[in-house]
Design a protein around this ligand. Structure first.
Ligand code: B3K
Ligand code: ZN
Length: 872
């Protein structure tokens, strides 16, 4: 595979202002007729040859201005026609495709008998020959024909047109999308699916019919998705002034899907995991995920669809911005600090290891071999953090003005990051040249801070130093513009007032722009406690020389609840890592005592939101701890260290936790709202602590038996499975669970995930065993992710076996999956990304497995790209 470079970007030679597609759906031979209105791009001087993309399709016929074409060349990935006219012309292309055989789940495929499409990034070329790139915008008219019995529902983008019967039990439906769009936003669905409907009236008075379609029999689980959609539509009007622009908005849930969901214009296609919910089959986490993903895809209607990307290097233009928008939405729907904690935990567990390893790349990359490998935590999550910082840097008012300008100026465009930033430069009247480095420089910046307090002068001096580590293809880095929100606390918990200092300190934010800077605060009449990076104002690692007592102070008194959690999390991380370093995790450092006490105070503090308390009591994850432990890491010892600390907290607070747990058990019937979810989250965290020291898992078993909702049922089972995998109570509960939910694959996925996360040496054997479970079907990405990705990504002590058994297991699955579904294979392969930080035995084992994989014959480019970069 060749490398595509941003610097080689050139506008398309041919434009396709309008497209008419006719599909005759057939499981093995669907016929696609495309009538394209083609014209030369006014700014280019192409040769006479027309080159369109294609991938694995059969050309049935081709006509240009109604006449057959002689001078045509078909290669595996292109259609080339020599000597095309200079004037606009019509191209009629007929292709044949095999949806049933399409296990890559890209292009047109079948999921449980339902025809559906996935065209981002380059799937449209698997349907017809086309300039399959996001800067070619077309108005689509689509006609779908199918046997009525197989596919009573026929959907595409835009508004519905004519529909009716055809001979021989067939029928047809026509759709027209008036908004020009790139081919990656095309979608089609046909199948025996059932819709649940509602309406939404936009702020401009447009009456929109909303539909959520699911497989027959699942209609009772659509309510939460529709509710989330209506709230998303309203929120985008209220907060960003964005109104919906078609008469219908449809969502279809399918069982086989490579990622979460897809924002096709007016016809979002979803992984059914992110649509279907009712209290007895979905957890609180499922409800929250559905809410935020429905919102995300809906918000793409403006950030992605009305304004799309000029090329795939600009992916963060739509993804980072849309993640930022769904974060803000969720923060408004639920508790802002609680959501912020979840975001930062995800960033640290998924994006920081990417940024610090061989797969590191800038938020806006400049080169790729396979674009599907760039739908990463860096583009999405760090991309969102960059937008969040942009708002801090320009201020709320200029941010909103900049967004309005962006929507106004670029509506209908295929835009770039430069276009986006220019809107904020104009709105704020300040250059963003240095800020733009966040898009261009990979790696997590490190900020170190030295503090000095001069009692006689009442002066606090902060000396800050920043550096950005070297990453693949980028060694020398420029200093970045890092906004560091801060506060200075008096011993009584009040804030010292802070005056602005020109551009350096503004509105409680230090703007670090040099490699090294000194910030002086005068009039600080007593030694302050310094709180930095409040709200996680920048995606950096921060190292501050600060006494333990100050850290404890912040974990107790910081009045911004996100930042209070951050202080506590820092203390817990340092304590666990000290234990890991000093004793392989067997014993705790003396300093742990006061922190352990603090957990008791927090758990019982009724003035604090239960959801926040649950997160405060959740210790840092082993992946994050392993990354922070540096090099030569032994994941077994990390696991032991975390468990030692957890057990000490459990022991110290056994009685208080038990009382609190009992008081939280509720007989109210299930509601998915944030306060009730918070109560259940706290209850389940406490249950885990209480089960550490319990011989029989009786409490978890009791909760499992009384639960009337999936959150408590699966939560109790998980505690049993992870704490006492071999106990009789666990076996009984597990059997009951399978009995109850064996016919629901999404619920069975939860069980597969639990099996995959049981820590320790037996994990690979258990996972192999679970692969024989009737529910585990390797062509379905949800099943593979639930078992194999949970194992490789969320069970460090189980996956990183020094004998390499975990690695071989993963490599075997990749080998099998990759030939059917390259994108899924490549996703799985990213779990090797942290191998260089492990101890020697594990490093050698990982290196051997990666080398074997690389030597595999017929490894698809997607997987090869990840393996090559991981090994380099
Ligand atoms: N835009 C899609 C992701 C497509 C991934 C293609 N490999 C979903 C989203 O981010 O909303
Ligand atoms: Zn997205």
């Amino acid at each position: 595979g060749t490398t595509i470079n941003l610097s080689d970007y050139a506008p398309p030679s041919y434009l396709v202002p309008s497209v008419a597609l006719t599909f005759r759906l057939h499981p093995n031979r669907t016929i696609v007729k495309a009538v394209l209105d083609v014209r030369r791009h006014p700014d280019t001087a192409p040769g006479d040859e027309l080159v369109f993309d294609g991938d694995g399709i059969e050309l049935v016929s081709l006509r240009l201005n109604g006449a057959p074409v002689d001078d045509v060349e078909i290669t595996p990935d292109q259609l080339r026609i020599a000597g095309v006219p200079h004037e606009p012309f019509t191209l009629e292309i007929e292709t044949a495709i095999d949806p049933e055989a399409n296990l890559a789940l890209s292009g047109l495929y079948r999921s449980n008998g339902v025809y559906c499409t996935q065209c981002e990034a380059e799937g449209f070329r698997r349907i017809t020959y086309f300039p399959d790139r996001p800067d070619v915008l077309s108005v689509y008219t689509v006609r779908i024909e199918a046997p009525k019995a197989d596919a009573p529902v026929l959907l595409s983008n835009g508004n519905p047109g004519a529909a009716g019967d055809l001979p021989d039990g067939w029928h047809f439906a026509e759709w027209h999308d008036p908004w020009p769009k790139p081919s990656y936003l095309f979608a089609l669905v046909g199948g025996d699916i059932v819709g649940a409907f509602d309406r939404f009236t936009t702020m401009g008075g447009r009456d929109v019919k909303l539909g959520v379609y699911v497989e027959r029999g699942k209609e009772s689980r659509t309510g939460w998705a529709i509710d989330s959609l209506k709230r998303s539509m309203k929120w985008d009007e209220d907060v960003f002034g964005r109104e919906y622009d078609l008469d219908v908005f449809n969502i279809v849930a399918v069982s086989d899907f490579n990622m979460g969901a897809m924002e096709n214009k007016g016809l979002n296609v979803f992984n059914d995991k992110y649509v279907l919910a009712d209290p007895t089959t979905a957890t609180d986490t499922d409800y929250a995920n559905i809410e935020t993903i429905i919102a995300h895809e809906y918000f793409h209607n403006w950030t992605g669809n009305r304004i799309t990307c000029r090329d795939w290097f600009q992916l963060c233009l739509k993804e980072g911005l849309t993640v930022y928008r769904d974060h803000e939405f969720s923060a408004d729907m639920r508790s802002r600090p609680v959501r912020r904690i979840a975001e930062v935990r995800l960033l640290k567990s998924a994006q920081f290891p990417e940024d610090g390893g061989p797969l590191a790349h800038p938020v806006r990359p400049t080169a790729y071999r396979e674009i599907n490998n760039f739908y990463t935590a860096t583009v999405y999550e760090k991309g969102s953090e960059v937008v969040r910082m942009l708002r801090i840097v320009v201020g709320d008012d200029a941010f909103r003005a900049g967004m309005d300008l962006y929507f106004d100026r670029h509506d209908g465009d295929a835009a770039t990051i430069e276009d986006f930033l220019a809107c904020f430069e104009e709105a704020s009247n300040r250059p963003l040249t240095q800020f733009a480095l966040w898009y261009h420089q990979a790696g997590t910046p490190q900020v170190t801070v030295e503090t000095d307090y001069d009692t006689a002068k009442g002066r606090l001096t902060l000396t800050m130093h920043q550096s950005v580590p070297a990453t693949p293809d980028q060694t020398d880095k420029e200093p970045m513009h890092i906004p560091i929100a801060f506060a200075l606390f008096r011993p009584d918990g009040s804030h010292f007032p802070i005056a602005d200092q020109s551009d350096l300190v503004k509105n409680g934010v230090i703007h670090l722009t040099k490699r090294r800077d000194t910030i002086i605060f005068d009039g600080i009449e007593e030694q302050p406690v310094v709180s930095l990076l409040r709200g996680f104002s920048a995606p950096v690692t921060l190292d501050i020389d600060q006494p333990e007592t100050d850290r404890i102070f912040l974990a107790r008194h910081e009045d911004d609840l996100y930042t209070r959690w951050q202080a506590l999390d820092r203390l817990a991380t340092d304590t666990i890592l000290a234990s890991y370093r000093q004793s392989n995790g067997e014993t705790l450092p003396a300093s742990a005592t006061s922190l352990i006490g603090l957990y008791g105070e927090i758990a019982g503090d009724e003035t604090l939101d239960a959801a926040w308390r649950a997160l405060a009591l959740t210790l840092p994850g082993e992946t994050t701890l392993g990354r922070e432990a540096g090099l030569n890491v032994d994941p077994d010892a990390i696991h032991v260290a975390r468990e030692t600390f957890l057990a000490a907290i459990a022991e110290r607070h056994a009685t208080a936790f038990a009382d609190l747990y009992d008081s939280l058990l509720s007989d109210e019937s299930y509601r998915p709202d944030a306060p009730s979810a918070g109560r259940r989250a706290l209850e389940l965290v406490l249950l885990d602590y209480l089960t550490v020291s319990e011989a029989d898992g009786g409490r978890a078993r009791a909760l499992f038996d009384r639960a009337d909702n999936m959150t408590e049922e699966a939560g109790a089972l998980e505690v049993l499975m992870l704490r006492q995998p071999e106990s009789g109570e666990t076996a009984t509960a597990r059997a009951a669970f399978e009995n109850r939910h064996g016919d629901n694959p999404l619920v069975m996925d939860k069980l597969l995930g639990m099996i995959a996360r049981i820590p320790g040496p037996d994990a690979p054997g258990r996972v192999l065993q679970a692969m024989t479970h009737p529910n585990y079907i390797e062509t379905n990405p949800n099943r593979v992710r639930a078992l194999v990705a949970s194992f490789a990504g969320a069970n460090p002590s189980g996956f990183h076996r020094p004998d390499g058994s975990g690695y071989r297991l993963l490599a075997d699955v990749i080998g099998r999956v990759a030939s059917q579904n390259p994108q899924l294979g490549a996703r799985l392969a990213t779990h090797f990304r942290s191998w260089k930080g492990l101890d020697a035995a594990r490093r050698d084992a990982a290196h051997k497995t990666l080398s074997d994989l690389r030597n595999m014959r017929d490894l698809p480019l997607d997987v090869r790209d990840i393996i090559d970069r991981t090994l380099s």
